[in-house]
Structure formats: structure tokens, C-alpha cells
Design a protein around this ligand. Structure first.
Ligand SMILES: O=C(O)c1cc(=O)[nH]c(=O)n1[C@@H]1O[C@H](COP(=O)(O)O)[C@@H](O)[C@H]1O
Length: 234
């Protein structure tokens, strides 16, 4: 039993019923839950509250990216909901991230963790070139993660492939949240920069975001248990 579960199950479902059905089978002491754009758009704050009432920490993954005034107000709305963690896109820039961090100060110690997405784990070098970024994914992640840390945020979303370098550059307190996690037997799907759960933690990830390998498994609970077994001793 871990008081600080490192696995965040991505509830990428089209309805509150589907999300709650899975949540009923899970243990809040063994995983946290992520509510993203599809589920939140369909089920809204009530679903987040329902999950929190069942004892789960919720990562509200809406990846806010807008002007500073709008984004900081959205982050404050997430804090009012009582979520454990909320995220913005680091590419929204310094002023946007500073405004968000400052807005959360009024929530004191109960504020959510505020993290920023660097380069989506579905993107590789060619995708970056397509949006005018000639640097490698690693260099762009490092640039955006450093900016995020300098703005006083709590951590970044990145690929576990970038974790060792970021831990060295940015320090052990700066949290690394890593999607693109694939047990060896799982399909890669649309993810490009992937790693197994065990390798990701050994590389320096603080939290593993895992969606389809658990939620689309024939037996999601067994799939989650299998990941826990893979992590024994870490
Ligand atoms: O912010 C995220 O959580 C996120 C960032 C990123 O770069 N890549 C990424 O896959 N995610 C999310 O992590 C989850 C990964 O799900 P699976 O690919 O099904 O394991 C999805 O809910 C994505 O929205």
C-alpha cells in the first residue's frame, strides 16, 4: 500500500458511467485518476467531484493554452474544484505560466500542483519540424522544462526518455509526469516517445500516466496489478 501512488490512470472515456464503472474497481491508494478533454467535456465538474468523493486524487488534464488572464482564471477554477493537479502548455510562454502560478498562491497549501506540458509524447522530430521547430524533441523539452521551472511551476509532462537529463538539469524536486508508458506487451498506438513502467521510474519519472494499456485491457484491474508487480522494489 503506497500513500503516494505513482500510477495515474487516464480515464479517456466518453461517458461518466464508463469512467465511474472503472473507478469502482480501482483503489485510491494504488492509483490516481486523470480526467482529460473528452471526459470533462462530456461529464464536467460533477464527475470530478464524484471521483474525489470516492477518495481519488484527480489530475485535471485540460492542457490550458491561452492568454495569461484566461488561462490563470481557468487554473483557479480547477483549484476551486479541489483537484490534485492541473496542467497548461509550456508553449503558452513565461507570462502565461507566471500568471497561473501567481493566481494559485491565494489557495495556499491546498492549491493543486501546477505542471506544464512540454512536447507531446505523440510528437517526434518530423512533427516538430512541421510546426517550425528545428530542434530535436529532447532540446525543445529541455528548453520548455527550464522555462517552466524558472516560472516556479511544480513540474512538467514529458516522455520518460527525457527524464534522466531533466532530473540532472532541474533537480529532484521538480516533478516529471510521464505519459507514453507502454508495458512490453502493449500496443504503441499513436504514442512515439515511449518507455516501459519500470524503465520510466528508473529513468526518474515521478508519476506514470497510463491510459489504454489499462483502460482497454480485457481486465483493467489485472493490468494495473501487473504494472504494480513490475514496479516492486522501486
Ligand atoms: O498531458 C498528458 O497527460 C499527456 C501529455 C502528452 O504529452 N502525451 C499524452 O499522452 N498525454 C496524455 O496521457 C494519456 C496517455 O494515454 P495512453 O496513450 O492511452 O496511455 C492520454 O490521456 C493523453 O492525453
Amino acid at each position: 500500500m503506497s500513500p503516494n501512488p505513482k500510477i495515474i490512470v487516464a480515464l479517456d472515456f466518453p461517458s461518466a458511467t464508463a469512467a465511474l464503472d472503472l473507478a469502482e474497481t480501482l483503489d485510491p491508494e494504488k492509483c490516481r485518476l486523470k480526467v482529460g478533454k473528452e471526459l470533462f467535456t462530456r461529464a464536467g465538474p460533477q464527475l470530478v467531484e464524484a471521483l474525489q468523493k470516492r477518495g481519488f486524487d484527480v489530475f485535471l488534464d485540460l492542457k490550458f493554452h491561452d492568454i495569461p488572464n484566461t488561462t490563470s482564471a481557468a487554473v483557479a477554477a480547477a483549484a476551486d474544484l479541489g483537484v490534485w493537479m492541473v496542467n497548461v502548455h509550456a508553449s503558452g510562454g513565461e507570462k502565461m505560466m507566471l500568471a497561473c502560478r501567481e493566481r494559485l498562491e491565494s489557495f495556499g497549501a491546498d492549491r493543486p500542483l501546477l505542471i506544464a506540458v512540454t512536447v507531446l509524447t505523440s510528437m517526434g522530430a518530423e512533427d516538430l519540424a512541421g510546426i517550425g521547430v528545428q530542434d530535436s524533441p529532447e532540446a525543445q523539452v529541455s528548453r520548455l522544462a527550464t522555462l517552466t521551472r524558472n516560472c516556479g511551476l511544480d513540474g512538467v509532462v514529458c516522455s520518460a526518455q527525457e527524464a534522466p537529463e531533466l532530473k540532472t538539469e532541474l533537480g529532484s524536486d521538480f516533478r516529471l509526469i510521464t505519459p507514453g508508458i507502454r508495458p512490453l506487451s502493449a500496443d504503441k498506438g499513436d504514442q512515439q516517445r515511449i518507455m516501459t513502467p519500470r524503465d520510466a521510474l528508473m529513468a526518474g519519472s515521478d508519476y506514470l500516466v497510463i491510459g489504454r494499456p489499462i483502460t482497454r485491457a480485457d481486465d483493467p484491474l489485472a493490468a494495473l496489478e501487473a504494472v504494480h508487480e513490475e514496479l516492486v522494489g522501486l
